[in-house]
Design a protein around this ligand. Sequence first.
Ligand SMILES: *[C@@H]1O[C@H](CO)[C@@H](O)[C@H](O)[C@H]1NC(C)=O
Ligand SMILES: *[C@@H]1O[C@H](CO)[C@@H](O)[C@H](O)[C@H]1NC(C)=O
Ligand SMILES: *[C@@H]1O[C@H](CO)[C@@H](O)[C@H](O)[C@H]1NC(C)=O
Ligand SMILES: *[C@@H]1O[C@H](CO)[C@@H](O)[C@H](O)[C@H]1NC(C)=O
Ligand SMILES: *[C@@H]1O[C@H](CO)[C@@H](O)[C@H](O)[C@H]1NC(C)=O
Ligand SMILES: *[C@@H]1O[C@H](CO)[C@@H](O)[C@H](O)[C@H]1NC(C)=O
Length: 934
Amino acid sequence: MDSFSVLVYWVLFGSLSIQLEWYGSLGCIEEERIGLLRLKAAFNPPNVTASAFSSWGAGDNMDCCKWENVRCDSTTKRVVQLSLKDTKYDTATKIVERWYLDFSLFLPFQELQNLSLAQNFLQGFHGVLRSSKLQYLDLHGNGLTEIPPLGAVQSLKSLNLEFNPLNNLSTFQELMKVRGLETLNMAYTRLRGISQSLWTITSLKAISLRGNHMKGSLSDKDLCKLRNLQELDLSHNAFEGILPLCLSNLTSLRVLELSWNLFTGSIPSNLFSNLQSLEYVSLSYNHFGGSVSFSSFGNNSRLQVFELDSHNKELNVDTESPHWNPLFQLKVFRLSNCILNKPDRKVPSFLWSQHDLRVVNLSDNGMRGEAPTWLIKNNSKLEFLSLRNNRLTGEFSLHPDSRNLDMFWLDASGNQIQGEVPYFLGSVLPNMLFLNLSRNALGGTIPASLGDLRKLKSLDLSNNNFSGEVPEHLFMGCVSLRFLKLSHNNLQGQLLPGKSNLTELWSLYLDNNHFFGELSHGLHNSRYLRWLDISNNNISGKFPDWISDFEYLSTLVLSRNSLEGTMPLGFCNVTRLRFLDLSLNNLTGVFPPCANLSSLTYLHLQGNEFMGPLPYISSMTSALVTMDVRDNKFSGEIPRWISSYLNLRVLLLKGNSLEGSIPQELCQLKNLSILDLSSNKFSGLIPSCLHRIPFGGKRPFDDTFYVQELGWTTYRSFRTYSFECEVQINQYVQADFYVSDVQEEIEFISKSRLESYKGNILYYISGIDLSMNRLTGPIPTELGKLSSIHTLNLSHNRLTGQIPTTFSNLHEIQSLDLSHNNLSGEIPIELISLNFLSVFSVAYNNLSGRIPDRKAQFATFEDSSYVGNPLLRGPPLEKGRTRTVELPSAQPTMDFEENDPFKESFWWSFTGSYIGAFIGVLFFLYFYFYSLPR
Ligand SMILES: *[C@@H]1O[C@H](CO)[C@@H](O)[C@H](O)[C@H]1NC(C)=O
Ligand SMILES: *[C@@H]1O[C@H](CO)[C@@H](O)[C@H](O)[C@H]1NC(C)=O
Ligand SMILES: *[C@@H]1O[C@H](CO)[C@@H](O)[C@H](O)[C@H]1NC(C)=O
Ligand SMILES: *[C@@H]1O[C@H](CO)[C@@H](O)[C@H](O)[C@H]1NC(C)=O
Ligand SMILES: *[C@@H]1O[C@H](CO)[C@@H](O)[C@H](O)[C@H]1NC(C)=O
Ligand SMILES: *[C@@H]1O[C@H](CO)[C@@H](O)[C@H](O)[C@H]1NC(C)=O
C-alpha cells in the first residue's frame, strides 16, 4: 500500500470508527463502562487466568449495554441489572479462591436495580453498598459469615442469602435497618435460632428459613406479626410443639411449607378453611397425631400441591366424611404412612374428580380395595405414582389406547395385585425410568413390551408368580437398565441371555427361580456389573471363568445351585469382590490361593467339596469379616497366617477334616465373636489365651447405612422433577444394593439348635463351639473371663479335670454344653448365679457330688442335663419324683439402644431344627421375632 492509499484509508475508516465510538457512547454511559471494566479486573486477580467476563471490552464492542450479563434501561441507557455469578472457580486447577469484594465498585451504577453476586466464593465485602435504587440482591452460594452492611439500601425488596454459612444470630441486626423488605431467603445458612427482631419486619411477604438447625416452638405472637406473609418455608429444621393457631389468621398465605420438622399435636381444622389463598401446603415428615378431615379444605379452590407424608403412623386421616366436593384441581398429592379412612380403608374417592395430577404418593396407608390404576388413565400428565405397601387387590388394568408420555415412576410394590401385567404396558408408558411391581401376586409371563422402555433404569418384578422365560427383548431393548430384579418367581429357561445390550447394568438379581443350564457369557456387554445374585436355581456346569471380565463386580452370589468342578485361577482377578457366596454347590478341588482379593469381606463356601488347605485370600491386611467354609473337605492345620485376618468376626470351620492343635494365633483375632471349630479332628489342649478375645461386647463397625427416604421436593417448580428423579433413583438403587450386601446369613449352633442370624443382628451374638473334636486336658479356668459370651459348647471331646468355678463369671451365657467328656469333681454351685442360662448340659461325664439346687435357671433343667454321671446325686435325677416341665423363666432377650445407628429393620429368627439326637428329649420350639422400627 502506498502512502496515498494509507491516507484515504485513514480518512474513510478512521472517521467511521470515530463515528462508531460516538454512536457507541450513546449506547452506554462512559462512566459505567469504565466501572464495569474495573469490576472485571476485581473478579480476575492477576495471577489467575482471566476467565470472568472475558468478553467485556473485547474487540470493538464499546456499548456495555450489549455486554453479557449486563442489562440497561432501554431509554436512559443506564445499567439496571448486573448478573455477576459463578466466577472464581478455576475448573482447570479446581482452586477455590476465597476473597473480598469492594462495594465501592458499584458506585457508578446509580440506577442499578438487580444485582446478583451468587456463587462466587465471596468471603465478605469492603465498604458500604450505596446503590439507592437496588431492589433485588442475590448473594446465594458464597462464604459469607454475616450479612453485609445494607442500611444504605432502603429500596431493597428482595434479599437472597441461601447457602452462606451465616451461623451467627447477631447478623439479623443488619436486616432491621432495611425497611420494606418483602422477600428474604435464608435457607441453608446454618442458623441455630431466629432473632426476635425478624418478626418485626412486617413488610415481609415471603420468607424461607429452610434447612437450618432451628429449634424450639413457634409461639403465636411472633410469627403472626407478619400479617402480609404469602410464602412461609420453615422446612428441614427442628421446630417442635404444636402448630401456632394464629396461622389461620395469615389469610394471604399461598405457600405453607413446614415439612421435616418435629411438630406434634393435631393439625388445626380451621387452618385450611380460613386460608383460601393456599396453593401449596406441605406438612410432611412431622410427628402429627390426632385426626384430620379433608372435607375442611374442599373450598380451597387454588390449591395445587398438598403433601402430608407422615413419619409415624399416628395420624388418622379421613377423606370421605362428611361428604364434600373439591373445588381444586391438584397437581401434587402426597399422603403416605397415615391411618387412612378407618375402618374400611378406602382409596380417597375425591381423586376421581382430579384430572391434572402429576405426582401421587399413597404409599403405606393400609388402603384396601381395587388398585386405583384409573389414576393413570384419568390424569394424562401423571409423572409419579406410588401405591407401595398397601393391601390393594384386583388386577393391574390399563387402557391400551391411553398414553402417558410424562410418566416415569410407578411403584405398586407390596400389595396383593393379581392377574397378568398388560402386554402393552411398554407402549402405554413409554418414558418410564422406574418400575416396581414387586411383592404382589402377579402371574403369567413378563410382557415383551417392557423391552420398549429404552429409558428404564430400574425394574423390579421380584416376589410374584411370574413364569415362563424372560423375554429376550428385555435384555436387548432396555438399554438404560441399571437395576434388574426378578428374584423369587417361577421363571424358567436358560439363566443368562445368549446376548444382551444392557451396557449400563449395575445390579442383576435372578435368584430363587427355576433357571437351568450353564452360565453363558451373554452379559459381556454389561461391563459395569457390580451385583450378581443367581442363587437357588438349577445352574449346572463349571464356575464361570469369564467372571473376571467384570472388573467392578463386588457381590457374587451363586449359592444353592449345582455348580461343579474346580475354581478357575482367573477368579483371583475379581479384585473388587466384597461378598462371595458359593454355598451348597458341588465345587471341588483346592480353592485357588489368591493374593489380591484384598476387598473380600464376606466369604461363604459352605457345603461344597473343597479340599486341601484353607482358602488364602490376600497378602495385604485382610478385610475379611466372615469366613464360612463349613462342611467341606478342607484338611491340614489352621494356618498361622490366620492371625493376619484382623477384622475377622465370624470363623466357621465346622465339618471339615482339619487337624493338629488349635493355634495360639487365633487369639490375636480380637474382633472374633463367633468361632465354630466343631466336627473336625483337632487335638491337644484348648488354648487358654482364647479369653483375650472379647467375644461380643463390641459394636458393629462400618456397615452403617441410612436408607434415604424417597423424599421429593416439589416446592413451586414442578419441572425440576426429572433431575431430582435421577438423583433419587441412584440413591434408591444404591440403597437397595447396599442393603442386600450386608444381609448375610450365619448359621450357628447354639442352645442345641441351629440358629440363623441375618443382617446386623449377627454382631450381637457371640459364641465358641469346639464340640466333636479330640481335645484333651482340662478346661482352662481363664475361659471364665469371657463375660460377654452367649454360647459355649465343648461337648464330645476328651476333656478331663473339673468344671472351672470361674464359669460363674460368664454373666451373659445362655447355653453351656460340656457333655460327653471325662470331666470329674462337683458341679460348682456358683453356676446358679448365671441368670440367662437356658440350655445346660453336663451329661455323660464322671461328675460326682450333688446337683446344684433347683433355684433360678437351674429350676428349669431336667435329668437330661445330668444323665450318664453315675456318681451325681440329687433332683431332678432322683427317682420317683414327679416331673414338672417348666419353661425357662428368663427368656434371652436382645436389647437395642434407642438411637442405634442401624436404620434398617433387622430381625433375629430361630428356626427350630433341633439337633437333639444325643439328648433325646423333646424341647419346645420357640420362635422369636424381633424387629426394630426405622
Ligand atoms: C494469587 O496470588 C495471591 C497473592 O500472592 C496468593 O495468595 C494466591 O494463592 C495466588 N493464587 C493462585 C491461584 O496462585
Ligand atoms: C429484576 O429481577 C426481577 C426478578 O427476577 C424481575 O422481575 C425484574 O424484571 C428485574 N428488573 C430488571 C430491571 O431487570
Ligand atoms: C386471629 O384472629 C382472630 C379473629 O380475627 C382473633 O380473635 C385472634 O386473636 C387472632 N389470633 C392471633 C394470634 O392473632
Ligand atoms: C445396543 O444399544 C446401543 C446403544 O443404545 C445401540 O446403538 C445398538 O444398536 C444396540 N444393539 C443391538 C444389537 O440392539
Ligand atoms: C489375571 O490378570 C492378570 C493381569 O491383568 C493377567 O495377566 C492374567 O492373565 C489374568 N489371569 C487370568 C487367569 O485371567
Ligand atoms: C455332586 O457330585 C457328586 C459326584 O460327582 C454327585 O454324586 C452328586 O450327586 C453331586 N451333587 C449335586 C448336588 O449335584
